[in-house]
Design a protein around this ligand. Structure first.
Ligand code: ATP
Ligand code: MG
Ligand code: ZN
Length: 350
């Protein structure tokens, strides 16, 4: 799996440029924060960064062990290797969302009473930290108020608003946000180079834009495109569901039923993603609605459809979108939605 194989293992391999800079500064400075709050959307590198940090402070071959000036983990010493294998006795990784979350949180607090066994710091990585119970947060707060010198806490979360302010204010905040398209492209380039794959920048950009701004999703899309041996821009666009989307809205405007259904049939045969197609239509219709409402005057989104028709179409597409999870035939929800759209707008002037 590309996304696991190419998980960044050093600070400089992090493609998230802002996080990289901040982390460099922290690791170069004299005083390390004893608690971090990693905030960011899925697949933006919170877990990867937490592991890099845990390795860096426990590595046997860098500045933390006074071997040289580098703050990077060497990824070769015994400590780095056993952290990678999750078998290092001083690094604790818990998922606060799991059933055992509470129990494990207790264990963590208990473990902070002890000195590191094999490394310099005991690092406690708490994933999905917003799921910690009130009781758990209270216990954690006590520990954060008087932190042991040899402990580092890393709280990672996609929902920062659920972290009590008392906790957050005691942590060094590292904001991962969503991944930037240019950063995703540089990750994709890193992978294609190592895998000896040839893709135009334009195609990598297309993949990045369809990745939900998640490094993980982008790596998965690239792997899927490679696995299916898709080469041309057309094939890849079809796969991502962007094939002729401009034209498709024009077909809808014309209310040409035959053309609509043959487009969808072709789209399905080429293996296009209906999820992406519906997402794109919704995005575009929303912008068209804003134009109709006078909020925007973007010429790209002027349409022959009436305001009512746009609203109806949005509603039907949203229904289709939620049916995607349960339909045995991927094209079906969109086909039904559009059939209904035509049915309900027939004989009415637009
Ligand atoms: N900064 C980055 N640079 C390059 N690749 C990255 C970066 N962040 C994440 N990735 C890729 O995305 C994958 C997932 O990253 P990671 O597990 O660290 O994300 P996460 O933020 O913890 O996500 P989640 O919230 O879903 O747990 C990694 O295995 C790696 O392939
Ligand atoms: Mg994670
Ligand atoms: Zn090392």
């Amino acid at each position: 799996m590309f996304y696991l194989k190419y998980r960044p293992k050093t600070v400089s391999e992090l493609d998230n440029s802002e996080v990289k800079e901040k982390l460099k500064n922290i690791l170069s400075s004299k005083d390390l924060p004893h608690a971090f709050l990693f905030v960011g959307a899925k697949g933006t590198g919170k877990t990867s960064t937490a592991r890099i940090l845990a390795k860096a402070v426990n590595c046997l071959n860098n500045k933390f062990s006074q071997k040289n000036d580098s703050f990077e983990p060497c990824n070769q010493c015994q400590n780095c290797l056993s952290i990678d294998k999750s078998s290092f006795p001083d690094v604790f990784e818990i998922d606060a969302a799991s059933n055992r979350g509470i129990e494990e949180a207790r264990n963590i607090i208990y473990q902070t009473n002890f000195l590191p066994m094999a490394g310099r710091f005991r690092v406690f990585i708490i994933d999905e930290a917003h799921m910690i119970t009130n009781e758990g947060f209270n216990a954690l707060l006590k520990t954060l108020e008087e932190p042991p010198k040899t402990a580092i806490f890393i709280l990672a979360t996609t929902n920062p608003e659920k972290i009590p302010q008392t906790i957050a204010s005691r942590c060094f905040l590292l904001n991962f946000g969503k991944a930037k398209v240019k950063d995703i492209i540089s990750m994709l380039k890193r992978i294609t180079k190592k895998e000896n794959l040839e893709f135009d920048e334009e195609i990598l950009k297309l993949i990045a834009k369809h990745s939900d701004l998640s490094f993980r999703d982008a790596a998965k899309l690239l792997e899927e495109v490679t696995r299916q041996n898709l080469k041309s821009k057309e094939e890849i666009e079809a796969f991502l569901g962007v094939l002729g989307r401009e034209n498709f809205l024009e077909i809808l405007e014309k209310k040409d039923e035959k053309l609509t259904f043959s487009f969808l049939e072709q789209f399905a045969q080429k293996g296009g993603s209906f999820k992406n197609l519906i997402e794109e239509l919704l995005e575009k219709l929303r912008l068209s609605l804003l134009v109709k409402k006078g909020v925007s005057n973007d010429l790209d989104y002027q349409t022959k459809l009436s305001e009512k028709e746009i609203s109806l179409l949005i509603k039907l597409l949203l229904e289709a979108y939620s049916s995607l999870k349960i339909t045995p035939i991927e094209s079906l929800p969109l086909e039904i939605a559009l059939a209904e759209f035509y049915e309900r707008t027939k004989n009415k002037n637009s």
